[in-house]
Design a protein around this ligand. Structure first.
Ligand SMILES: CC(=O)[C@@H](O)[C@H](O)COP(=O)(O)O
Ligand SMILES: NCC(=O)COP(=O)(O)O
Length: 252
């Protein structure tokens, strides 16, 4: 099966929230992505509600149910609830996403920049993963490709990892191959441990083809920042189709 494309629409909400009101409409944008052929929608609501809000999560979950596609909800399961953010597990319980991707972000981070420490996180993660699976969610863990204990990611019952591809994207832009080799090695280690492998962060039309050519077994890529930026020039429908073409060509 070829790699699935899940479009992250966080950045649509950034633009909307910059003025208040409803435009651009997150659900309309997500619908455009799905009509163009995207396989699912990702959001990573942050506790400060800087972009995706709780009401967006509900509306996008309903949209994904309407299209019978995967809704991938990302977040830090340890971040406490606060007004406007009920907590990651409570959100999952309310909307039952097909996939819950756990990301160990702290509050002030501009964006995600690291995965879990698999030497130390297992005891805390195990009951959370179990609760999410009881809700019917597939569980994926955000992971640095060079973490020495990656093979332990399966110990908490997770189904997949999501390789953090920020370092790959930076290295690719410099013409450096080493981070891609790290990702390929990490994918092999995770698969040998029985885990599926997703990937995301800073993937773009410039680097996705090289990434998938080296690691064709990636099950899903979630792409937001670059895709939404590129869509400002080419349009959302065209941009999503371009990503799907890259994925199709990489699978040949
Ligand atoms: C886990 C990951 O890499 C993405 O979800 C990324 O964190 C997007 O979040 P922002 O849109 O807030 O940067
Ligand atoms: N999980 C990664 C994601 O959803 C999108 O990350 P980015 O493309 O916005 O960097």
């Amino acid at each position: 099966m070829s790699t699935r494309l899940s479009v992250n629409v966080n950045k649509i909400a950034v633009l909307r929230n910059s003025r208040g009101g409803h435009e651009p409409d997150v659900v309309r944008a997500a619908r455009t992505c799905l009509d163009a052929g995207a396989d699912g929608i990702t959001v990573h609501p942050r506790p400060d509600a800087r972009h995706i809000r709780e009401d967006d999560v509900h509306a996008l979950a309903a949209l994904c149910a309407e299209y019978a596609v995967e809704f991938n909800l990302e977040g830090n399961p340890f971040a406490p609830p606060r007004p406007g953010y009920p907590g990651f597990l409570a959100l999952c319980d309310a909307v039952r996403p097909a996939q819950a991707t756990l990301v160990p972000d702290s509050d002030g981070q501009i964006t995600s920049d690291h995965g879990f420490d698999f030497d130390h996180a297992m005891a805390e993660l195990t009951p959370l993963v179990s609760a999410l699976k009881t809700m019917g969610c597939r569980v994926s863990l955000f992971a640095n490709a060079d973490h020495p204990a990656l093979a332990r990611a399966n110990e908490c019952g997770a189904d997949r990892i999501e390789l953090y591809t920020g370092p790959f994207a930076d290295a690719h832009a410099r013409g450096d191959q080493a981070a891609l080799d790290d990702c390929a090695r990490a994918a092999g280690i995770a698969q040998a441990a029985g885990l599926g492998v997703n990937a995301g962060h800073d993937l773009s039309q410039d680097n996705l083809g090289a990434f998938l050519a080296a690691i064709p077994s990636i099950m899903e890529v979630s792409i937001g920042h670059a895709l939404i930026s590129e869509a400002l020039y080419a349009g959302l429908d065209t941009t999503v189709r371009r990503y799907l073409d890259i994925i199709k060509n990489a699978a040949r």
